[in-house]
Design a protein around this ligand. Structure first.
Ligand SMILES: [Zn+2]
Length: 346
């Protein structure tokens, strides 16, 4: 029976390999509980094996499977799988034991992440009481669209973004006529940012910066292992629009984009309107950055100086432009950094 089912999906979804999610939980449940477990939703009464065909032939709406499964990396959750009478999976629901931030889901569900960020994925938000809902269309063909709907945790007072926690998700196929776009439920779903894509989310519109006279250098004052998203979380918690720095440089010397380069940052009180902010990830109040990181930051600074016509004198440590901070840290070798920038241009 399973083979028939797999064939059906291969046919229904020409790109079944790219959309492997719906149906895999069925296999997980069946591996644990045997095939064709049926549960009657109102009583949570399990009926197995031979009762299957009889029950669903009389009342197909009772065809559900239920399982408790370990998902990736020790995360546990409860799985519900609903079948149609032909054993085709209709809906899969996963409720997690612990909430997960939207941006962390991909670490535990890499295939889901791949589907969510596919080229024709479409994210939609419904601002409904008591809480807003997020759904992403992960596939479509002439007969159906496949949607993932997320159960948002908390009191629903905060706007949904990539840092929002969810309790789980459900994956559903919604039949549609050719050319028709169906929302995951009735109501006013609006196209929104897809928070599973790698770009950062900003909670309010950013303002274009009119001039760039300074490049201000910071340390994150956080551990070397800090990620861009950790800093983003912190800055959103501070009530800012999102990450305040324009560029980040990690311990290996690699750089990442923070806030877009052409907008006003939130990194150096008093000069944000006329400066770019670069942060070296780490805490250099007691230990200096390794040479690779210093060199990476120097090369990046040099590029930005040339792009924005900023002189070396106008590359400043944060402490030189804002009072009350020793950023980028007492152990940061400023003169050595300046020398590296100077030689990077030769
Ligand atoms: Zn600083």
């Amino acid at each position: 029976m399973l083979i028939v089912w797999v064939l059906f999906f291969s046919w229904a979804y020409g790109e079944a390999a790219a959309l492997p999610v719906l149906g895999e939980t069925k296999a997980t449940v069946e591996a644990q509980y045997g095939s064709a477990y049926v549960v009657q939703e109102d009583t949570l009464h399990f009926r197995g094996g031979e009762e299957w065909q009889e029950i669903i032939s009389k009342k197909p709406s009772l065809a559900k499977a239920y399982g408790y499964a370990s998902v990736m990396q020790g995360k546990k959750g409860t799985l519900w799988v609903e079948y149609n009478a032909d054993e085709r999976v209709k809906k899969e629901t996963l409720l997690l034991e612990e909430n997960l931030k939207i941006r962390h889901l991909g670490q535990y569900f890499p295939e889901l992440q791949a589907a969510l960020t596919g080229t024709d994925s479409l994210a939609a938000i419904l601002e409904s009481y008591p809480r807003a809902q997020l759904a992403v269309r992960i596939g479509k063909n002439a007969q159906a669209e496949r949607w993932v709907r997320f159960f948002v945790a908390g009191d629903g007072k905060n706007h949904i973004n990539m840092h929002t926690e969810v309790k789980g998700f459900e994956i559903t196929d919604i039949p549609c006529e050719p050319g028709e776009v169906k929302a995951p439920t009735e109501g006013a779903w609006l196209k929104s940012d897809n928070y599973f894509l790698p770009q950062l989310y900003f909670s309010e519109p950013l303002v274009l910066r009119k001039k760039t006279e300074l490049i201000v250098v910071h340390h994150a004052a956080m551990p070397l292992t800090t990620t861009r998203e950790d800093i983003q979380d912190l800055h959103l918690t501070n009530g800012w629009a999102g990450i305040g720095y324009h560029k980040l440089v990690f311990a290996d010397g690699n750089a990442a984009e923070g806030r877009p380069e052409n907008v006003v940052g939130a990194h150096a009180l008093g000069v944000n309107q006329r400066s770019l902010g670069i942060v070296l990830v780490g805490d250099f109040s007691k230990e200096r950055p390794v040479l690779a990181q210093l060199q990476g930051a120097a090369n990046l600074t040099r590029e930005l100086m040339e792009k924005y016509h900023v002189t070396l004198e106008n590359v400043k440590p944060h402490r030189a432009v804002t009072e009350g901070t020793d950023c980028p840290g007492a152990a940061f070798p400023w003169q050595e950094f300046v020398n590296l920038i100077a030689s990077a241009g030769k």
